[in-house]
Design a binder for this molecule. Sequence first.
Ligand code: PLP
Length: 393
Amino acid sequence: MQQLANRLERLGTETAFSVAQAAAAWKAQGNRVFPFHLGDINIPTAPHIVEAMNRAIADGYTGYCPGPGIPQLREALAEDLGSRRGISFSPDNVVVMTGGKPVITKFLQAVMNPGQEVLYPNPGFPIYESQIEYLGGTAVPYRYLPTSEGFAIDLDQVRASITPNTVAIIYNDLQNPISAESTAAEREAIAQLAQEHDLWVLSDEAYFETRYEGVSSSIASLPGMAERTVILYTFSKKFAMTGSRLGCAVAPLEIAKVLSTLNTNDESCTTHYVQWAGIEALRGPQEPVQHMLDILRGRRDAACELVNSIPGMHVAVPQSTFYLFPDVTDAMERMGYTAVGDFATEALYKTGVSFCTREHFGRRQPGEERQYIRLAYSGIDVADIRDGLGRLR
Ligand code: PLP
């Protein structure tokens, strides 16, 4: 009998996509669905970016191109990302990829041997846990503690979890799913631990510019950090380009070279004409970015107001990302639910409101008692937010 590879037992996935499937099936049966499940964006990519992509196709940029990306895009990325972070990057530090997600796998392939440990945020983007384990490492979670303003990393747990076998820490400031944002002190504490223990850092900056107040700051800009940090950057969220699959790693030169070779092995290159659209996104008009943020801010306000009007649900108003991560423990208790998955399933079938829960973002840690759901408001208009969450209430 033919067999599949043993390592597949360790492969996780992004289960938000199965929630999307359940919602689509319910909709196909003629039911109304309010989609809060996926961090996709129902605002189209700006016309000038689409035109640049079409022009590139018409001009014949449809063949292979260099593995680490076309020089013009690498240059634009080094300039844009460097200036927004106060760091001087060379185009050689930039490796273009098919979105932000491949940076996670390739970073781990570059720095982690089987049996070594990597710290990762939990709840967090589920691909961290999946890929660490798939590649034979040990995924060591660190938690966030609720505060009056949102959430803060449990630094004591991070400290206690580092062993001589730890090689890296994954850090996602402006966090999915909980929208946590580090204070400067928290960022410095993580940087200090990384230096003390000689760890690599994957700084997932997918939402660096998806923020409503203030400006973001990268851990890579702290003294001694650029040489040990790989930045994950993506066009997906900032430019509403989720399906175009364009992102990059910005990495110290020795890692950038390895990432480029991994690209050549895995994809040959990132889609050639999409890279020209990326240059236009970075260098062209920036008004659509602000316009999208204004729309998202209106949705956030509507969603927070409604969530906080539901007895037994609570969320602090986040200043970044497009996710809410309300504590629903008391609401579930009032209605007699013990499993958050049952709560989500019944919410879909009784109200049409579709969302992920804490269970979609890495395995639960011991002692974790509160129940949370994640509401993504990037793919749903204000009127439907009010209608859907009104029904949920
Ligand atoms: N990192 C985080 C925290 C994300 O939320 C996502 C997407 O939702 C990604 C990485 C992957 O981004 P991309 O769609 O560009 O691959």
